[in-house]
Design a protein around this ligand. Structure first.
Ligand code: S3P
Length: 179
């Protein structure tokens, strides 16, 4: 199945956006881009360094610029960072795609998947569980508003998550076929 528009994965840190994005890329033989890695390549510096030197605001500006850059590229699978939906400007840019998939996940899963990672500056200070809880309250409604399809990734092997996303793509494609 060839993608005619970007397939965009949104959701919080540790939702599995990069893993699922890579697997979908193999299944659909379509290019995959991880927005955080692109930000690092364009800056020539790690996310941790950007936060350290430029603060969150500097990182968010780079995130908006990199998002604009990928959205203007040919259709591909895009894994966004957990905070990408915070800026209204980003949400408006994302809304041009019908294929925005929200990978919903519990705080417990997030903690399990992010516990050893040192490249997520927002989880380095304070109690990660409390930080994730505050983020979820603010951000979950934004993920929900932005998404065209939501997959609960809790206790689900990546294969099953992929299966659900491929079914969604089939449905969208059938909707778009002339009857
Ligand atoms: C962030 C999530 C990270 C990264 C940055 C900020 C956030 O991406 O963009 O550390 O604000 O939730 P992942 O969701 O890929 O971890």
């Amino acid at each position: 199945m060839a993608l005619i528009q970007h397939l965009i994965l949104i959701g919080p840190m540790g939702a599995g956006k990069s893993t699922i994005g890579r697997l979908l890329s193999e299944q659909l033989a379509t290019a995959f881009v991880d927005l955080d890695r692109l930000i690092e390549e364009r800056a020539g510096a790690s996310i941790a360094w950007i936060f350290d030197i430029e603060g969150e605001e500097g990182f968010r500006e780079r995130e908006t610029q990199s998002l604009e850059f990928v959205l203007n590229s040919p259709a591909q699978i895009i894994a966004t960072g957990g905070g990408c939906i915070l800026r209204a400007k980003n949400r408006e840019a994302l809304a041009a795609s019908d294929l925005i998939v929200y990978l919903e996940t519990s705080i417990e899963q997030q903690l399990e998947r992010t516990s050893k990672d040192k490249n997520r500056p927002l989880l380095q200070a304070g109690n990660p569980e409390a930080v994730l809880q505050v983020m979820a309250e603010l951000r979950n409604p934004l993920y929900q508003q932005s998404a065209r399809f939501t997959v609960d990734t809790n206790a689900k092997p990546p294969k099953l998550v992929i299966h659900e996303i491929l079914n969604f793509l089939d449905e969208i494609q059938n909707e778009k076929l002339p009857s």
